[in-house]
Design a protein around this ligand. Structure first.
Ligand code: PMP
Length: 364
């Protein structure tokens, strides 16, 4: 019988499994009080200034958005001291990942990254028929020497999440400089900095310099409004690179890929510096709290530069996840990565962090 021409490399894809939404857990388990520490969202809720901007933008939703995103790109250009032509905005930074793969990967081309990193890199690569080469990590950190060796004539793209999800670890300025120097200029190096606003390590790379000062033609930075700016539900992220590369990506995005409400919210979020510093404070304090509690419990964890911590619970993580769920705490179990005794917990508000630790202690 004739059937649609399903592609085998797309049929083989395992769908991405997002963190469980609060409502779903309430519905399925009949719970009233549920906290979500599963998707690295902002514990503060949205900024008041952003809510006001969203309400205002709501009055114009009968009109198409500004496809050129003039105002938001101008605000971003000012924020990062780059030119608007060096920015591409997307429906989440996820979209920029897809544009990069779409723009540069043909069937058989290779994408290089690590095995314990953001699952959208392999998904996007597989969808394009590319070959995803994932190197083992070293002590839960990207092994950039191994990545450099794995780059071949087939390699078009390298993804480095820094800080990395789900480990929270980071690569240093020196490691990254060495890697970039040793990588052929025709290979695009995508530095995905979704969690950059939560870093405090002295040797964390000053990545904007690769674009602004060193003028690297093959470096792309990814940033998002989903984490530190608290706009995960609106889907807003962007890429920074040289004009030529950005211009190339613009050719393949949808004409109206970012909605008008998200554009207005992004602009307001950039201006609300008090919200950003409050977020940073609450996350850094909460991260310290969680890490010190894990030390107290004798649990191994990966020191984090992000707004989550990866911790080994020394028991079947799926069971721990289910037990926490029944107690109204949603975390992420790490089976998708083959880490069967590990969970990833997002830093919440102080009371949420305490509740999580209390319930975890009871279960363990
Ligand atoms: N990169 C990394 C490393 C992430 O963890 C995430 C979100 N989970 C993203 C990109 C995508 O973020 P968004 O599409 O919400 O901007």
């Amino acid at each position: 019988m004739k059937q649609p021409a399903y592609k085998s490399h797309i049929e083989a894809i395992q769908c991405y499994e997002p963190g469980k939404p609060i409502e779903e857990v309430q519905r399925e388990l009949g719970l009233r009080n549920v906290i979500k520490l599963a998707s690295n969202e902002n514990p503060l809720g949205p900024s008041k200034k952003v809510i006001a901007a969203i309400q205002k933008a709501g009055r114009s939703v009968h009109l198409y958005p500004d496809g050129g995103m003039f105002r938001l790109k101008k605000a971003l250009a000012k924020y990062h001291e780059v030119k608007p032509s060096e920015i591409i905005v997307g429906n989440g930074s996820n979209e920029i990942i897809e544009l990069l793969v779409h723009g540069f990967i043909e069937p058989g081309d290779a994408v290089v990254s690590s095995d314990l990193t953001f699952l959208v890199y392999p998904l996007a690569t597989q969808a394009a028929g590319g070959k995803y080469i994932h190197l083992p990590m070293k002590n839960f950190r990207y092994d950039l020497r191994a990545l450099a060796k794995a780059v071949s004539v087939k390699t078009r793209l390298v993804f480095i999440a820094n800080p990395n999800n789900p480990t929270g670890s980071y690569v240093s300025q020196e490691e990254l400089d060495r890697f970039i120097d040793s990588t052929p200029p025709n290979v695009i190096i995508c530095l995905d900095e979704a969690y950059v606003d939560f870093t405090d390590a002295k040797d964390f790379p000053r990545s904007l310099d690769y674009i602004k000062k060193k003028r690297r033609q093959n470096v792309v930075l990814l940033r998002t409004f989903s984490k530190s700016f608290g706009l995960a539900g609106l889907r807003l992220g962007y890429g920074l690179a040289n004009e030529t590369l950005i211009g190339y990506l613009h050719k393949i995005r949808q004409p109206f890929n970012v909605n008008s409400v998200a554009q207005a919210a992004g602009e307001a979020a950039l201006a609300d510096t008090a919200y950003l510093s409050q977020t940073r404070n609450i996350v850094l304090q909460g991260r310290n709290f969680l890490e010190s509690q894990f030390r107290g419990l004798g649990l191994y964890y990966v020191p984090s530069q992000a707004n989550f911590v990866l911790v080994c619970v020394k028991k079947n993580a799926r069971e721990i996840f289910q037990k926490l769920l029944k107690r109204g705490v949603i975390v992420r179990d790490m089976r998708a990565y083959g880490l069967n005794e590990w969970i990833r917990v997002t830093v919440g508000k102080p009371a949420e962090n305490r509740l999580f630790v209390r319930e975890l202690k009871k279960i363990l």
